[in-house]
Design a protein around this ligand. Structure first.
Ligand SMILES: Cc1ncc(COP(=O)(O)O)c(C=O)c1O
Length: 381
């Protein structure tokens, strides 16, 4: 008999509960710099501004407001508003999709390292195998390894690109090979695309899964690429309407519906998504230059590779004290928050334990690197 595991603590979120609002410099944030409501409303038309001020604060439609679903559909090539179900953030989308798609006796394949709920939620339901991204080859995805993990009971493959924490993106060719594999084996492909749009080289952007696969689920959210996590608006796009309807019924037990003001603000942001994404990519590019400058000066201690996309990357730490001790002292003594790779420990595979996650989406990156520099000078590093 297969016994599902109890849900273990979400290591990264537990660490963030302790430090995110206490540390002076969050140098590990996975979201692009946010903005105020008034800055966002500067993108709105007069009618939208008036609609926001006069909004009736009742419940909204469980699927999401028609205008929001329409705006979301506009971010895909083939998806219509009816193919979109909204959630309270991406986290709720992961939870609901796994509950609806998986049953005891099924098997799921997830990549590692991962955003922990990608493996912890399915592990509470069924068996899960991890497939490691190849550390020695720029955290690349090896589709043959996914193929080798597939069993007769496999029902789902779960991926996340641009990847948290490594910032890796496979080529479109690799993604096509993965699609072929899923099609041949009749598998659901759950694709967490929350960092899409933040590729520093736009030619690295890969197609969204819901556009290219009939059993594909594309997860996205306002939190990351758009830098608006406070809205708590996420969604899943999928061409299987029956599946969407089942997920909608599951959502009745959770958030029921989104926040009305957030739906309106998200709709406004999505209509101006080009300008918002350009602003965020420009900031990431600037921060990559600052980070490269810093890490080049400390090659004995760090190995830094800029992300292919997204706000985060995994930096290798080579100091004799070890990354746990280094990141602990850095936050306690200098107020600079990083995430050691122990927080990415996986129950379904080995994750190298000598890395930390660096965030490159915020305006404070240069300041935080200066604080890190001072800390290292004082520590004689
Ligand atoms: C890959 C990935 N998926 C999902 C989420 C959850 O996003 P949200 O905070 O919008 O629920 C995160 C948050 O860090 C993430 O990095």
């Amino acid at each position: 008999m297969i016994v599902a595991k109890p849900m273990r603590d979400f290591a990264l979120e537990v660490h963030f509960s302790k430090w995110e609002f206490k540390a002076r410099y969050n140098l590990t944030g996975s979201d692009a710099e946010s903005m105020t409501i008034s800055k966002l409303l500067a993108f709105a038309t007069d009618d939208e501004r008036s609609a926001f001020e006069n909004l009736h604060l009742g419940y909204t439609e469980t699927f999401g407001s028609p205008a929001l679903r329409e705006a979301i559909a506009g971010t895909y090539d083939t998806i219509g508003a009816e193919d979109v179900l909204c959630f309270a953030g991406a986290g709720e989308g992961i939870f609901v999709a796994m509950q609806v798609l998986l049953r005891a006796g099924d098997h799921a394949v997830v990549i590692t390292p991962n955003y922990q709920s990608a493996e912890t939620v399915p592990l509470t339901i069924c068996e899960v195998s991890g497939v490691a991204l190849d550390e020695s080859n720029g955290w690349s995805l090896d589709v043959d390894r996914i193929g080798a993990a597939i069993r007769p009971s496999t029902r789902l493959v779960s991926i996340n690109f641009p990847n948290n924490p490594t910032g890796a993106i496979p080529t479109q060719e690799t993604m096509n090979a993965l699609l072929d594999l899923c099609r041949e084996n009749d598998l659901w492909l759950f694709s967490d695309e929350v960092y899409r749009g933040l590729e520093t080289d736009p030619s690295r952007r890969v197609q969204q899964i819901a556009d290219s696969y009939e059993k594909g689920l594309s997860l996205n959210v306002m939190s990351k690429a758009y830098g608006l996590p406070g809205l708590r608006i996420g969604w899943i796009a999928c061409r299987d309407r029956e599946l969407l309807a089942r997920m909608e019924r599951y959502k009745h037990y959770l958030s029921i519906c989104n926040s009305g003001p957030s739906e309106l603000l998200a709709t406004i942001a999505l209509k101006s998504r080009k300008a918002i994404l350009e602003r965020n990519v420009a900031l990431i590019r600037k921060n990559i230059v600052a980070a490269r400058h810093f890490f080049d000066a400390h090659r004995d201690l760090f190995e830094f590779e800029a992300p292919d996309g997204g706000c985060v990357c995994f930096v290798k730490y080579k100091g004799a004290d070890g990354v746990e001790e280094f990141t602990r002292r850095l936050v306690e003594e200098a107020g600079v928050l990083l995430l050691p790779s122990s927080l990415y420990r996986s129950e379904v595979g080995d994750v190298p334990q000598d890395y930390f996650r660096l965030g490159l989406g915020r305006t404070l990156v240069s300041q935080a690197l200066n604080a890190m520099q001072n800390f290292m000078r004082k520590s004689g590093q």
